[in-house]
Design a protein around this ligand. Structure first.
Ligand SMILES: C[S@@+](CC[C@H](N)C(=O)[O-])C[C@H]1O[C@@H](n2cnc3c(N)ncnc32)[C@H](O)[C@@H]1O
Ligand SMILES: [Zn+2]
Length: 281
């Protein structure tokens, strides 16, 4: 399984499998949760400005991804996780360790890296999300931890960090990535769900986020190698519109809920900005 390190304050020893779970040389022990993830969250890391997504939001995203609207986004990202092949031989990238920060219900990780379960680890603060992730891809490693605090992995031990609409603790990303390691980021594009936002929030503000990501990552020596946009037009029914709203907290206010209730079917733009960054050698 993915090599993790102990999260007990001040310890940081590598964690190894023992009969009942994970243990470090200092004698700390972690049982695996029944649902299949490793609860490495420590009391001091529990508090966060962002406590992880609510169960409602996680379940809405799970249904949303199951509808397949985002399949094209996975295909856009695929070339970035493919490793270069030498002499046309099949690439063996199973040794490349990937850390997914804010992995949610895990289906992006599985879709992108299905053959790399031993070297894939998803981190999230939502138990509900991790339960779905572990059910969907039991062979991968799923960890309950706060990705905005110290990450439970050793320095320079990860080859790819993935943050798909997830967390970006830039200093920690810089620490855990090996030299030449990559970071793949997806953020909502300017036009993402713009039609829904115009109708429900009565504001279709367009905001580009990717430039700020490139800037913040440059502060830890990560260079942007490629940036691209993904867009997809889709007709959404009422249930799908509700899920889109629920997973983005956009229908929280009562007046917005009333407008959302009146929607039946609409053509909607899905958009994301995708960024590939590389750590210097
Ligand atoms: C918009 S969702 C994206 C999930 C997944 N990457 C996807 O695209 O389906 C953001 C995720 O980040 C998680 N999250 C929020 N704050 C977090 C934190 N401090 N540490 C770890 N995960 C966090 C949420 O629980 C949620 O699952
Ligand atoms: Zn320990």
């Amino acid at each position: 399984m993915f090599q993790l390190r102990c999260t007990v304050r001040g310890c940081r020893e590598p964690l190894h499998r023992d009969d009942n779970g994970l243990a470090c040389a200092a004698g700390h022990h972690f049982d695996r949760a029944k649902a299949g993830y490793w609860p490495l969250l420590q009391p001091q890391d529990r508090r966060s400005l962002n406590a992880g997504d609510s169960d409602t939001s996680v379940l809405a995203r799970h249904r949303w991804l199951a509808r397949g609207h985002m399949a094209g986004l996975v295909e856009s990202l695929r070339p970035w996780v493919a490793s270069p092949r030498a002499n046309d031989s099949p690439a063996d990238d199973s040794f490349l360790r990937t850390l997914d920060l804010g992995c949610g219900e895990g289906s992006f990780g599985k879709a992108l890296l299905a053959s790399c379960a031993d070297t894939f680890c998803g981190i999230d603060l939502s138990k509900r999300a991790l339960k779905l992730a572990a059910r969907g891809w039991p062979a991968a490693t799923w960890v309950l931890a706060n990705a905005d605090r110290t990450l439970p992995v050793a320095d320079a031990s990860v080859h790819r960090v993935v943050s798909l609409f997830g967390r970006r603790p830039v200093a920690e990303i810089g620490r855990v990535l090996a030299p030449s390691g990559i970071c793949i980021v997806a953020v909502p594009g300017e036009d993402d769900l713009v039609e829904v936002r115009e109708r429900v929030q009565q504001s279709g503000n367009r905001r580009s986020r990717w430039e700020a990501v490139v800037e913040e990552m440059a502060s830890v020596g990560m260079e942007c190698c490629e940036q691209k946009q993904w867009q997809h037009r889709v007709k959404l029914n009422r249930e799908a519109i509700f899920d889109a709203l629920a997973m983005t907290y956009r229908a929280a206010r009562r007046s917005q809920q009333t407008i959302a209730d009146s929607l039946s079917e609409m053509d909607v733009t899905l958009a994301a900005d995708l960024i590939l960054l590389r750590k210097s050698e």
